[in-house]
Design a protein around this ligand. Structure first.
Ligand SMILES: [Zn+2]
Length: 60
């Protein structure tokens, strides 16, 4: 399973196959930062801007 490092807290994050494509977004399980995949090889994550903070609660 591919792994990437959170740019905020430096935690190793495991990504499922469909989540490691460029442009995919996920939330760091450690610091709850919204992240976006910016590169697949090597796998790199970057902080993503919150576009709809109001709806984020629905994901929990
Ligand atoms: Zn993090």
């Amino acid at each position: 399973m591919p792994k990437a490092v959170c740019p905020v807290c430096e935690m190793d994050i495991r990504l499922r196959g469909s989540a490691c494509l460029t442009g995919s977004r996920l939330r760091c399980p450690e610091c709850d930062q919204l992240l976006e995949v910016t590169s697949e090889r090597p796998l790199e994550l970057e902080e993503a801007l919150e576009e709809s903070a109001v709806h984020d609660d629905e994901l929990l």
